[in-house]
Design a protein around this ligand. Structure first.
Ligand code: LMR
Length: 330
């Protein structure tokens, strides 16, 4: 026979109430990233928060942490896997430990422009890569553009030999490492939060980034020259923890996926605008000279780094590289 003392009854009732209270708690989604708010990724994260909280009121709360304020880029992937954050959007250069084929996005001079990138990401290979890490607990929800990278340094870089011997900051990517080695420069891996100081103190002499990252981190204040090389891509994959995502109530997950698709369209429509705005602000600051390359000069850079493709062809897959090249011609 089941006998309950008064004390046990009070306990059971309060546990039940606590359970009800918990059921009413919103699902907290921490979205951590390393850039400033007025960049393509920073704006995308804020828009995702706004739409998610508007459309799922009381059900979902999104906390956005910008500028490496919660986790820097050395730690954010681990934090996602441990469930300490639920959304991050690392640059595509930061996935090599999880998916070798994603290295394709780092190959120098692969895409002619951002429209070609867009076509490739929306095509079968781009879409396949979004789900290529599910066995490791990572689900890709979409690609966000930042844009094409420019080279910066304290000396003018017009032809490849100008970069010889300089120390360049690189993201944690073997492809980018090899890219600078092909120029006979010295790559130094460094987290994004450390770049400004690295450039300021001369630990590194140069870097590569889209205009929005250069301007928002004030890198132009410690770099006298930017060469508009458009030599490579810096885009993002927005990712979540697969277990967390699959464990969401189905209606919430469907709505969040819809919101993510809308935000992706917005970010990708405005990223180029933001980069052009920031390029203009850099020019207006008068602190940095922007160097435009002639076709012949740009071809020299391309020819010098192109052997890097072959070095990674096996890991990436020749067919995938062909598909990316084909996206230039459409
Ligand atoms: C970098 O480390 O340079 C970029 O990946 C930073 C970012 O997230 O745009």
């Amino acid at each position: 026979m089941l006998k309950m003392t008064a004390k046990a009854l009070v306990c059971a009732v309060s546990l039940g109430l606590a359970g009800l209270a918990n059921a009413a708690e919103p699902i907290v989604i921490k979205f951590s990233h390393v850039v400033a708010e007025h960049t393509p990724k920073g704006q995308g994260a804020l828009l995702f928060k706004k739409l998610a909280e508007e459309r799922l009121p009381g059900q979902v709360k999104v906390e956005v942490y910008s500028n490496s304020s919660l986790f820097g880029d050395g730690k954010e992937m681990e934090a996602l896997l441990l469930g300490d954050v639920q959304l991050i959007a690392p640059s595509l250069a930061k996935f090599e430990h999880y998916s070798k084929p994603i290295q394709i996005f780092d190959l120098p001079f692969l895409f002619d422009d951002i429209q070609a990138v867009d076509r490739f990401q929306k095509g079968p290979v781009g879409q396949e890569l979004l789900t290529s890490m599910e066995d490791k607990g990572i689900t890709g929800l979409g690609y966000w553009h930042n844009g094409l990278k420019q080279l910066s340094a304290n000396k003018p870089l017009r032809v490849p030999k100008d970069a010889r011997g300089l120390k360049f900051r690189v993201q944690a990517s073997a492809v980018l490492d090899e890219q600078f080695k092909a120029l006979r420069a010295n790559p130094r891996k460094m987290s994004f939060a450390e770049v400004y100081q690295g450039l300021q103190t001369g630990v590194v002499n140069g870097a590569e980034n889209p205009y929005s990252n250069i301007y928002s981190q004030k890198m132009h204040e410690v770099q006298k020259y930017i060469t508009e090389s458009n030599h490579g891509l810096l885009d993002y994959m927005v990712i979540t923890n697969t277990k967390f995502w699959n464990g969401l109530p189905a209606d919430v997950r469907t709505e969040l996926a819809k919101i993510m698709d809308e935000v992706t369209v917005e970010v990708n429509q405005h990223a180029e605008e933001i980069n052009q705005r920031d390029k203009q602000s850099i020019i207006d600051s008068g602190k940095t000279e922007i160097i435009t390359l002639t076709k012949e000069q740009r071809d020299q850079w391309r020819d010098q780094v192109r052997p890097v493709w072959k070095m990674f062809e096996k890991e990436i897959g020749a067919e995938r590289i062909k598909a990316a090249e084909a996206s230039n011609q459409e």
